[in-house]
Ligand binder design. Structure first.
Ligand SMILES: C[S@@+](CC[C@H](N)C(=O)[O-])C[C@H]1O[C@@H](n2cnc3c(N)ncnc32)[C@H](O)[C@@H]1O
Length: 538
């Protein structure tokens, strides 16, 4: 199930290529394009006259004061400045990151569809990746190599100074690298199926809800054995014990590791994660503050890698949901979008639908936390600014995005809503297309956030029929991570005549890649467009 979920997930958590040996024709075409692209960039660079040497600079996004997500100004071009760009298969763009080539097609599409000028919001170009998956293999000199596969091979390019990783991730990679040598752990070898450590998944997390900046890493060791193998289990535990001790030794006294998990993957497959997990050290749950809500996640939960950009998208969605609305979140994962709307728009109820049952336990943690915050908020009757932690509430008017990218006071629900009862939250483990009429009945707003392949045919068919209007749905918020699929789905929705495109904007979720995350807002063609429904900032 989990494997299936990972394959479905919207975008590779990091560019570990799962099938380097068996590429589909499309993958081969993409690979060729990417190679040509890199060659072009290299040629352009070589043709440029080398500039006079300058003193070393701090990372690019420290020079460009970070003010949360914004539309890029024409003069400032976002750059990666990554020392691994030429050798690493991860990023395809190293400059003008705010103009991924895909954007031009999206602009054309929305101009033709009659939407307002398509804005693209970008945040920091470096240190944005909060979750990475890296392969562990034997390097050429017998040293372990931790990084990304070279294109079309199982050779790993180490990327210790990757500039898009959160620094804690690079720190943890260094720690594992040293520990692999110290504990004589053998990296996995595809040819023989032997070796122990196959991959790492590293997620930068805060120590506890509301605790501030990400500080520690939830580390997953993907191990090449059955979960019941006691001999390997002992070796794995000894390795984790070593890491846990070493991970306590940061010079500022803080702990580098939040937790260590094992994931067991004994199959000779390119699928990264196996179905079985074991907590070896630390806390079972990790938390992120996203869009005004505390979101709990486990190592197997879907999680957007760019918290800042996701915070921006959540803030945008909040602007299109009237206070007190009823909401269905149809591709809920651990509930990030619905919980963010529950925390900031005082809805009467939110229904969550998610096909992967792994989302439910962390969702229950977040829902309990939200209810607790709701009670506290009522007790203090304070203006809980969307996106701030209880410790750091910001005054009204300071509406810029916070570190997690979440919105400021402009998104605060009206004061009356604070006295409303907490929203009813219900989570269904089911496919969205299995019974859309049931999930969406009575929902004012339906949130769609499907995987890269777009909406399942049954759901798209239902949305394009009069049934969605009959169910009372006024508005669709469609957040898409797959531009080709969105283009197809949007064309079908437009052609149905049941929806009008009200708004579209894009977010740079993966600076360094030709990727855009697109939010479209659709209103039922027959809806009156009363003032409550005119919240869009378009
Ligand atoms: C792009 S992720 C979004 C998750 C969540 N909205 C978030 O922001 O974290 C897409 C989610 O849709 C789920 N999914 C895939 N197919 C689905 C389906 N047919 N019905 C419901 N959920 C589905 C995936 O398991 C995944 O959790």
């Amino acid at each position: 199930m989990l494997q299936a979920a990972c394959r479905r997930s919207c975008w590779p958590v990091a560019a570990v290529h799962e099938h380097p040996a068996k590429l589909t024709p499309r993958q081969r075409r993409l690979q060729k394009q990417r190679k040509q692209w890199k060659q072009q960039k290299q040629q352009q660079r070589q043709q440029q006259t080398p500039p006079p040497p300058l003193p070393p600079l701090p990372p690019a996004d420290e020079r460009r004061p970070h003010q949360g997500l914004g539309t890029p100004d024409a003069a400032a071009s976002l750059q990666l400045e990554c020392p691994h760009f030429d050798s690493c298969s991860g990023c395809t763009l190293d400059r003008e990151l705010e103009r991924p080539p895909l954007l031009a097609d999206a602009e054309r599409f929305f101009a033709e569809a009659g939407a307002v000028h398509l804005k693209l919001h970008s945040g920091r170009s470096q240190r944005w990746r909060m979750r990475a998956r890296l392969a562990v293999r034997q390097g050429p000199c017998g040293q372990p190599a931790i990084g990304l596969f070279e294109e079309g091979s199982h050779s790993v390019t180490p990327i210790p100074a990757c500039t898009v990783h959160h620094p804690a991730i690079n720190e943890a990679v260094q720690l594992v690298h040293e520990a692999v040598a110290a504990c004589r752990i053998t990296p996995y070898d595809e040819a023989s199926g032997s070796g122990q450590l196959r991959y790492l998944q590293l997620t930068a997390v805060v120590a506890a809800p509301g605790a501030g900046q990400p500080a520690a890493v939830q580390l997953v060791l993907v191990w090449n054995c059955q979960p019941g193998d006691s001999q390997e289990g002992r070796r794995l535990q000894a390795f984790a014990d070593h890491l846990w001790r070493a991970g306590q030794l940061r010079s500022d006294g803080t702990r580098l590791l939040h937790s260590i998990w094992a994931n067991f993957q004994p199959e000779r497959t390119n699928t990264i994660l196996g179905p079985d997990w074991r907590l070896l050290h630390g806390e079972p749950w990790a938390w992120a503050r996203l869009g005004g809500a505390d979101i709990c996640f486990g190592p197997g939960s879907f999680l957007q890698a760019n918290f800042e950009a996701m915070g921006g998208a959540l803030a945008a969605m909040q602007r299109h949901v009237p206070v007190g609305a009823t909401i269905t979140d149809l591709h809920a994962g651990v509930g990030t979008i619905g919980l963010s709307l529950a925390a900031t728009r005082a809805p009467r109820w939110v229904e969550f639908v998610e096909v992967n049952g792994q989302g439910l336990p962390p969702f229950q943690q977040s829902a309990a936390r939200l209810r607790q915050r709701w009670r506290l908020g009522e007790a203090h009757c304070s203006c809980s600014v969307a996106g701030s932690s209880e410790e750091e509430e910001r005054p009204p008017g300071s509406g810029s995005a916070s570190e997690d990218g979440s919105s400021g006071s402009e998104d605060c629900p009206a004061d009356d809503s604070r006295m409303a009862p907490p929203p009813a939250l219900e989570y269904h483990v089911a496919a969205a297309g299995s019974d859309p009429a049931r999930w969406c009945q009575g929902a004012d707003v339906v949130v769609l956030d499907p995987p890269r392949k777009g909406l399942e045919p049954e759901l798209l068919h239902w949305l394009c029929s009069p049934a969605a209007g009959d169910a009372g749905v006024h508005r669709l918020l469609y957040l898409s991570c797959g531009w080709p699929a969105l283009k197809r789905d949007a064309a079908a929705v437009l052609a149905s005549g049941h929806w009008r495109l009200r708004h579209a904007e894009c977010f740079l979720f993966f600076p360094g890649s030709d990727h855009i995350e697109t939010l479209t807002v659709w209103d039922a063609a027959g809806s009156s467009g009363s003032s409550d429904w005119s919240l869009a900032s378009d």
